[in-house]
Write a protein that binds this ligand. Structure first.
Ligand SMILES: NC(=O)c1ccc[n+]([C@@H]2O[C@H](COP(=O)([O-])OP(=O)(O)OC[C@H]3O[C@@H](n4cnc5c(N)ncnc54)[C@H](O)[C@@H]3O)[C@@H](O)[C@H]2O)c1
Length: 352
């Protein structure tokens, strides 16, 4: 039996990874380690919380002693590391939180894994670090894409902290011969997305007839991937990725923010039975984010050609599914926007 520690499993992407591993691999033992920050929500996993091969552990990766004790107690074979502070705007107001979790937390996790694995050799072990395309900086030439060889050029405190953690993971692979593998993915969207991020924020605001804040002129370009396709890519890389390698993950799906918001408005008008053009009137241009990267675009040929992964959903289909999920899960959204989800699940966890 394989024992896998997934960090950040109560968050947006982590919850889809946990669900995929718990349901697809009943023979594995899956531990989900999460601090339950504002972004962690156990409601994301309510459908699998009683699965026999699943255990939730509340804990903080900035606590090195806690991690050493955990690895002494649980015979971890593989780590899939997603826990992070993930919102660029928050990194601008509080960079140190990003240094602590994304850099110090990652190094703590590397140390705990290395120290527990080194005695018996690294055979059968694997440390997988989940990262972002934002480490590559911003593209200005429309012909250009981020490849695995693109030099790092992070522009925000968030991307700088993720870049630092990527470097540490590679350094542990090089220096201690730890079995590491990394991926850098483009922007995700889908169910359980925290409504501070563009797509769920717009869905929430359109539904409630609130202004739709679009940074600058809305010309920034992002490359969107359905979150379940990212979870499938993580499964593929965890099992078949070559040790020491990095894989870029993306869907060749670039959208200017303003075009994406207009598309969402039109989908929402149809779903809510409003005349076409109603929601678009809510669009409000606001002062641009400081240092806002212009364009991200991933060249995903390596994972496609070498590992046979490809996205399963076209963007319009994924967006329809996402809108339907948010409209059908109003309670989830209300609990998150009101902050109730934290106290409810805190007390539930305390009673277990
Ligand atoms: N969201 C995207 O579009 C995207 C794209 C590419 C890569 N990534 C990366 O994927 C990972 C997950 O992103 P997400 O969007 O799901 O993030 P998220 O903010 O939704 O979730 C992060 C999770 O980590 C947990 N966490 C935070 N600090 C912790 C700590 N100190 N100890 C333990 N747990 C802690 C939170 O409680 C939360 O459950 C991140 O590493 C992020 O950099 C995200």
């Amino acid at each position: 039996m394989k024992t896998i520690l997934i960090t950040g499993g109560a968050g947006f992407i982590g919850s889809h990874v946990v669900r995929l591993f718990v349901t697809k691999y009943p023979e594995y033992r899956i531990y989900n380690l999460d601090k339950l920050t504002y972004a962690g929500n156990l409601a994301n996993l309510s459908d699998i919380e009683d699965a026999p091969n699943y255990t939730f552990i509340k804990g903080d990766i900035t606590d090195a002693k806690f991690l050493e004790d955990l690895f002494a107690e649980v015979p971890v074979d593989g780590v899939i590391h997603l826990a992070a502070e993930s919102h660029v705007d928050r990194s601008i107001t509080d960079p140190m939180a990003f240094v602590m979790t994304n850099v110090v937390g990652t190094v703590n996790l590397l140390n705990a894994a290395k120290n527990s694995w080194v005695a018996n050799g690294f055979d059968g072990k694997r440390f997988y670090h989940v990262s972002t395309d934002e480490v590559y900086g911003s593209l200005h030439n429309p012909e250009e894409f981020f490849t695995e060889e693109t030099p790092y050029d992070p522009q925000s405190p968030y991307s700088a902290s993720k870049a630092a953690s990527d470097h540490f993971v590679r350094a542990y692979g090089n220096t201690y011969k730890m079995p590491v593998v990394l991926s850098n993915c483009s922007n995700n969207y889908g169910p359980n997305h925290f409504p501070e991020k563009l797509i769920p924020l717009m869905i929430h605001n359109i539904r409630n007839n609130k202004p739709l804040p679009v940074y600058g002129k809305g010309e920034n370009v992002r490359d969107w991937l359905y979150v379940v396709d990212h979870a499938r890519a993580i499964d593929t890389i965890f099992h078949n990725g070559k040790l020491g390698e990095t894989y870029n993950i993306g869907g060749f799906n670039e959208w200017r923010n303003i075009d994406l918001v207009n598309l969402l408005c039109s989908i929402m008008d149809r779903k809510l039975g409003r005349p076409e053009g109603t929601s678009a009137q809510l669009i409000t241009y606001v002062t641009d984010r400081a240092g806002h990267d212009l364009r991200y675009a991933i060249d995903a040929h390596k994972i496609m050609n070498e590992l046979g992964w490809e996205p399963s959903l076209q963007f319009e289909e994924g967006l329809e599914k996402t809108v339907d999920w948010f409209l059908n899960n109003q309670e989830w959204l209300d609990n998150v926007t009101s902050g109730n989800y934290q106290s409810y699940y805190e007390s539930m966890y305390a009673n277990r």
